[in-house]
Design a protein around this ligand. Sequence first.
Ligand SMILES: [Zn+2]
Length: 391
Amino acid sequence: MRTAFTATRLFTPTEEILKPLLEVEDGRITEVSSRSGKEIPSNTSLVDFGEAVLTPGFFDIHIHGGAGLDVMLASPSDLPRLGKFLATHGVTAYFPTTVAAPLDATCAALGRLADAIEAAQSTVSTNGEPAQAHPLGIHLEGPFLSHKRRGVHPPENLVTPTIEVFERLWQAARGHVRVLTIAPEIPGALEVITEAARRNVCVSIGHSDAEMPVAQAAVKAGARHATHTFNAMRPLDHRDPGIIGEVLTDDRLSADIIVDGIHVAPAIVKLFLQAKGTERAVLITDAISATGMPDGRYQLGPIQVDVKDGKCTSGGSLAGSVLTMDRAVRNVTQFSAWSLRDAVRAATLNPARAVGLAGKHGVLAAGARADFTVLSAAGEVLKTIVHGHGF
Ligand SMILES: [Zn+2]
């Protein structure tokens, strides 16, 4: 059975198509075109979303949990509940993200996440069921982080980078590690960066006190992204640009940012968007289990976090967020002069490119998975479709 979806506009997201026709068969997009002057074949059912905008499904490459679930503590059978919650916010794919925990606990969590990823690969969505975002790979946020810029990652769980430890994590995750956040200035880091990049992991510099030349050496070794720019980084100084100077000025690096209005001031978000541009800016949520839940005390892996008025803290430091990706997209349009289409790009194509999954995810084009989000003109999520299902 073929289905064709239409609405007022569609963002591929590099192009905008008016009166679009998005054709789907067996969970894949077969064609994206304009419907003007086109006959809908008799074997195709038409779904019309009226005034809405069709965009690729959002892709969150840095998320620790939501709906009361923490990705390191949840059982694989619980994760679909997180996936359903994320889909209500327009997300169709995500990378569950670890925090620095004792190595044994981390490895156990990685095994559970690998189970969840492999189960999602074989899940066939059926119509009538609510759509759920799928975990596609794992983001290791640590344990190779700077003591000075660790944020809330417990100091006793930070580990000196070695190929041996990386290999242990890699095996525990059964090769599903897709992003590694690492501080390049720690002894041994450059060797691990080289090895991780060789395995097609997106190496992301962050939680780092690196001076600019060290950050440049990391790029030379294979780093190609930066984690929550400005947060947990050596501050930018005009005579000591440091890691942020490198992140903002090197076009070989894409970079992500938490646009909740709490982690980074709106003016600095604007500076970041101008520096990285519509091709390299990536939105993340860094959301924790408290997302979508009332204020209170929550777990972030081994860390206890207090949530009050949308702010997550542990021992006085920011500890993740309760941001959702649809709000991040809307915030970008409010904090800057970026259009909804450019903001959507930073939540779809750009993260997919950063992690090497463009073509299959983050785009509305023939051959890509039929994962898309139906937005109002103001960027509110009306519907989320995964594998062509959920409408
Ligand atoms: Zn995080």
